[in-house]
Design a protein around this ligand. Structure first.
Ligand code: FES
Length: 321
């Protein structure tokens, strides 16, 4: 099997249990070619089975010439199948295609102090950030919320990174009085401190609400989930411009659901309107945008739609497919 030249082929070298339902997967180059470098906060898109593409943040130390990429996957029994496939089917020695690292969550290395608010698997992109900040002598603090100690990924590794300096505070939702209070913590921080958040949607929403008054250049976040409900009201037709095929989007379905049901090959990954994988050009019709990927200007221009979560305001939507 071959892919276009912008993809890299990886071979799975190691799977490590990290916490309940979370394993890390270490990939090396499948050929003799060096792996592209990456900065803290970067992710790769793994091409899994049947057109499934999933974005995973890189957890190993950032490097210009990495020997491997390490990602962490939390098994989601009710997800769309990517994490189940990785946990249940992916085996050491298997080859997968990936896009080279991209970074939508860069670290500002100029900040003299940085505080991270992390929920669950959101710890992944923060690991290389902590290492990098240590390497350049910057102050940091990590507020890490997880359901319980057994569901806390990379706990031992974090202990090693902290090296007994007390910079990490754990919060476990399953234990009384252990809620991470983002508002109180942020309120006590100097205005110059940079704050980062990576975690579930509710946590990001809280974080954005309490940091709304801070200088935007000091506020950084990466969403794993959608901020808005996907458009599943249905009641419109999707026409594929290239093939002429026409499909009804019934209530309860997204455009992506309908395309996949009809074996239309369309890339997708997060299914939450955040990664950009499913961006599709609009030929005609009016989109009902529900994603967090397109800018307000792009939404107004109505030239593209994220089919995983957005719908239509017009009776028919003609797509460049
Ligand atoms: S699949 Fe990620 S934005 Fe649609």
């Amino acid at each position: 099997m071959s892919m276009n030249t912008s993809q890299i082929e990886l071979r799975l070298k190691r799977i490590t249990f990290e916490a309940e339902r979370i394993s890390s997967f270490e990939f090396v180059s499948a050929d003799a070619n060096p792996l592209p470098g990456f900065q803290p906060g970067a992710h790769i898109d793994l091409h899994l089975q049947q057109g499934m593409i999933r974005s995973y943040s890189l957890a190993n130390a950032a490097s210009a010439d990495p020997l491997y990429y390490r990602v962490a996957v939390q098994r989601e029994p009710n997800g769309r199948g990517g994490s189940r496939w990785a946990h249940d089917k992916l085996r050491v020695g298997d080859k997968v295609w990936a896009t080279p690292p991209q970074n939508d969550f860069p670290l500002d290395e100029c900040a003299s102090s940085t505080v991270f608010f992390v929920g669950g698997i959101g710890i992944t992109p923060v690991l290389p950030m902590l290492r990098r900040l240590d390497a350049i002598g910057r102050e940091w603090k990590l507020m890490y919320a997880s359901r319980s100690p057994g569901e806390t990924a990379f706990a031992e590794e974090l202990q090693r990174i902290d090296a007994g300096r007390g910079r990490i505070v754990h919060f476990h939702d399953s234990e009384p009085g252990q809620r991470l209070e983002i508002r109180a913590t942020v309120a006590a921080l100097p205005a110059s401190t940079h704050v980062y958040c990576c975690g579930p949607t509710g946590m990001i929403d809280d974080f954005l609400a309490v940091t709304a008054e801070r200088d935007p250049s000091t506020v950084h976040y990466e969403r794993f989930g959608a901020a808005q409900q996907a458009a599943t009201e249905g009641g419109f037709d999707v026409v594929l411009h290239r093939s002429g095929a026409k499909y009804r989007v019934e209530p309860g379905k997204t455009i992506l659901d309908v395309l996949l049901d009809n074996n239309v090959a369309v890339p997708y990954s997060c299914c939450n309107g955040v990664c950009g994988s499913c961006r599709t050009e609009i030929i005609d019709g009016q989109a009902d945008h529900r994603d967090d990927f397109l800018s307000d200007e792009e939404k107004q221009a109505n030239q593209a739609i994220m089919v995983c979560c957005s719908g239509a305001r017009s009776k028919t939507l003609v797509l460049d497919l």
